[in-house]
Design a protein around this ligand. Structure first.
Ligand SMILES: NC(=O)c1ccc[n+]([C@@H]2O[C@H](COP(=O)([O-])OP(=O)(O)OC[C@H]3O[C@@H](n4cnc5c(N)ncnc54)[C@H](O)[C@@H]3O)[C@@H](O)[C@H]2O)c1
Ligand SMILES: [Zn+2]
Length: 726
């Protein structure tokens, strides 16, 4: 329908519109054209070029303009109907009751607004709602007659859908027959969502990759694409699943027609419409509430959100529930993009009615958007502490999942090839939960020929030495151990939070001291020339004090942190702990063979090789000896208590006030580790009162007992360190 040239022009317009802060009526025609185009990509081709949130935001703006200028609303506006076009690959059929869309809300205020309107419409003080997940798949309508599945239809444009009965019959969670007659029902239309689980989606994409086809962007596209496959046997292989969440219409065995979704379509027998209209008899249970109909579907053998649903009283309960659910989102085996909140009582639903676009009794609450499209501007190559060269894609900044993303690691050459990335490409990116943002796919269909391949360097971008790649590895490395990038990254890793945790010596300071020639390696951290640092701009007395104290305190970090801080390849926090527990003294590792190391828990061939390599390098041993002399913990704490580092034996300690560096509990543990004892109050039995800032009554009291030594944190650390060095 759209030629390549048109596609590009429309994509260009999309970009332009996205960049306008507030669209107005002058943009109206372009906006409509752009939305129609994206609907075609989405509904007909199942190949969207825009993230949902981006589409939604353009759609909202159209709604807003039309609301301000009702005279400009045209019948073909995207707001005037649900979807656009049908693929024509399957016979189209009319829905018995139109399949509408849902109104969207994005925050608590939207929900409160909606609840207010609902209470106005119904005259109630409090409304009972039923909340359930908004399954991210493709919606379908199923018809059962005399307990047999007779028809399965896609939503299509909401009025007509495609008859995909044969494909629907392949989905195992949809029973081919269901005992509706038990409920006195002769014909029934139910609706739900066809989804592909995250696991099946991964398998599906792996299969596509094997065949050399490009991966699909998300499980929803995979589900809707799979539903329209020509060969039902292929559908069967896709492992689709179905959640059925709605009864829209039924006739009873006595011939009574009950349309739950407003007016029955003309295709119903006229006499039935006349006889019963749209009103539902109250007596007719279980179909008096939405939650009741979910229960009935469950009992008829359908996977309805019977377990996932929640009946709630009033909007405050709803708001709490949807926020709680959003937190769990990533733990579910399938994708959901929000929650749907429905007025539970079906009579009330009927009373509230619907617009041409959506029912007034339901509201979608959309979770934070996680996908967006943007442009890949360039690729930078970063050198890590192990010399690995990582390509990082620089993007036009986009806001997703609550943060602005402007660069994303693209891992290695293979990954770039797999994702078919080029400089200048439009890319779809995703940020799921706390997961690091990823490029989902490039959009090769939008290339205009100006895109450039990503060239991988053969020389280190920092020190220019030739890069090497080990057999069977995807990563290129700079093997020059003196490489400035590596030296810096090693120091940054050493002081990082999970290693030595020297907060005042962050990345910026390390760079600065390095550039000034004040710091060149890890041991140098403990011999910093503070007088020279004091000459540097922005280094006041207070900063120097903090820095000194933090560095001093880090000498007490346990051995496993020192080991982790060394940044030995493949040695993470867990392995570092295993190694620390396997020795009395760090340098014992120097003599260990690969075989010996592999006896330890979770240490495999690769890890063992890497450890041996580290400890057989004389430069590394030299560094460890230096660190030992400088007073770092080179002994395993557990064994040290056993061998009796009891230098503070018999001494009592009490801490008061806030200390500049140490946490109270850490300081106490430190005193105890050296044989000291913590007491709870000031008395003549107390030897040391360690005071921090804002020390109060304890200090006053201690001043009156002249046997108590009152010291500050620095003196305490000195005490601990000196005792240890003896
Ligand atoms: N990326 C694009 O270019 C593009 C283009 C067009 C539309 N879209 C997306 O499609 C959406 C519009 O599609 P829509 O009209 O289907 O709206 P929708 O997807 O926002 O919500 C309505 C749909 O939610 C589904 N749903 C899932 N769980 C449900 C439940 N428990 N109860 C009821 N319904 C449930 C139903 O299929 C229903 O049709 C837009 O919000 C946009 O995100 C994207
Ligand atoms: Zn280098």
């Amino acid at each position: 329908m759209y030629s390549l040239a048109e596609t590009k022009t429309l994509q260009q317009s999309t970009q332009t519109l996205k960049e306008v802060k507030e669209l107005n009526q002058t943009h109206l025609n372009e906006l409509k054209e752009v939305l129609r185009f994206h609907e075609h990509r989405y509904y007909v081709l199942s190949e969207p070029l825009l993230a949902d949130a981006e589409y939604d935001s353009l759609y909202k703006q159209l709604e807003k303009i039309e609301k301000e200028h009702p005279e400009l609303v045209t019948p073909d506006s995207p707001t005037q109907r649900v979807g656009l076009g049908l693929s024509k690959s399957f016979p189209t059929v009319q829905h018995l009751v139109p399949m509408l869309s849902l109104e969207n809300s994005y925050n608590a205020d939207d929900l409160i607004d909606w609840d207010r309107k609902a209470r106005e419409l119904t005259g109630l003080d409090i409304i009972e709602y039923c909340a359930e997940p908004k399954f991210d798949g493709a919606s379908i309508s199923l018809i059962y007659e005399n307990d047999q599945l007779v028809r399965g239809v896609t939503r299509g444009d909401g009025v007509e859908g495609e008859d995909i009965t044969n494909n629907i019959r392949q989905i195992r969670s949809i029973p081919l027959s269901a005992p509706f007659s038990k409920y006195g029902i002769q014909q029934i239309e139910i609706r739900g969502e066809i989804i592909m689980s995250k696991q099946s989606f991964e398998k599906y994409n792996a299969m596509l990759a094997e065949k050399g086809e490009s991966a699909l962007a998300n499980p929803r596209n995979a589900a809707s694409g799979s539903l329209r496959m020509k060969d039902p046997r292929e559908v069967a292989k896709r492992n689709l699943e179905a959640f059925l969440y709605h009864v829209s219409f039924y006739t009873t065995t006595e011939g009574v027609t009950l349309a739950i979704d407003g007016k029955p379509n003309n295709s119903l027998p006229e006499e039935a419409i006349e006889a019963h209209g749209t009103t539902l008899p109250t007596a007719h249970t279980p179909l008096a509430t939405h939650s009741g109909s979910l229960q009935m579907l469950w009992e008829c053998g359908f996977r309805s959100p019977q377990k996932e649903k929640q009946v709630l009283q009033g909007i405050e309960e709803v708001i709490k529930h949807v926020h709680d659910y959003e937190v769990m989102r990533d733990t579910l085996p399938y994708e959901i993009d929000g929650m749907v909140i429905k007025v539970n009582n079906l009579l009330l639903q009927d009373q509230m009615g619907m617009t041409t676009h959506h029912p007034r009794w339901a509201m979608a609450f959309k979770f934070k958007a996680r996908q967006a499209t943007t442009r890949l501007r360039s690729v930078e190559f970063q050198v890590g502490r192990t010399g690995a060269v990582t390509p990082v894609a620089k993007l036009d900044p986009v806001f997703i999942g609550g943060v602005t993303v402007s660069s994303i690691s693209v891992h290695n050459e293979e990954y770039i090839r797999e994702k078919d990335l080029k400089i200048g490409d439009t890319v779809l990116i995703e940020r799921a939960g706390d997961v690091i943002p990823q490029i989902v796919q490039s959009m090769p269909g939008l290339r205009d020929g100006s895109e450039q391949p990503i060239e991988f360097p053969r020389h280190c971008p920092v020190c220019n030495s030739e890069l090497a790649k080990e057999e069977g590895e995807a990563v290129w490395r700079c093997i020059n151990i003196e490489c400035r990038a590596q030296v810096l990254e090693r120091m940054i890793h050493f002081v990082s939070k999970d290693a030595m945790d020297i907060k005042s010596l962050g990345e910026a300071n390390i760079h600065r001291f390095y550039e000034q020639g004040l710091l060149k390696d890890i041991p140098g951290i403990y011999t910093l020339d503070f007088e020279a640092i004091a000459q540097l701009d922005k280094f006041g007395k207070k900063s120097i004090e903090n820095l000194t104290a933090a560095i001093e305190a880090s000498k007490q970090q346990p051995l496993h942190r020192v080991i982790y801080g060394l940044g030995i390849r493949f040695v993470g926090e867990t392995t570092a702990k295993t190694l620390a527990n396997s020795v009395h003294q760090l340098l014992e590792l120097e003599g260990k063979t690969e075989e010996e190391l592999q006896q330890l828990e979770d240490i495999g061939v690769k890890v063992a090789q890497s450890i041996v390599k580290f400890f057989s390098n004389p430069q590394n041993i030299q560094m460890l000896k230096q660190l030992q002399q400088l007073g770092l913990q080179m002994v395993n704490n557990k064994t040290s208590t056993a061998t009796g580092d009891n230098s503070l034996q018999g001494q009592t300690f009490l801490f008061t006030g806030t200390m500049p560096v140490l946490k109270r509990s850490d300081a106490e543990a430190m005193a105890e580790a050296h044989g000291g004892k913590i007491v709870s109050g000031v008395s003549s039995k107390l030897n040391y009162l360690v005071v921090g800032e804002d020390a109060g009554s304890k200090l006053e009291k201690a001043k009156k007992i002249n046997t108590i030594k009152i010291i500050d944190e620095a003196a305490f650390l000195k005490l601990v360190n000196d005792q240890q060095a003896e």
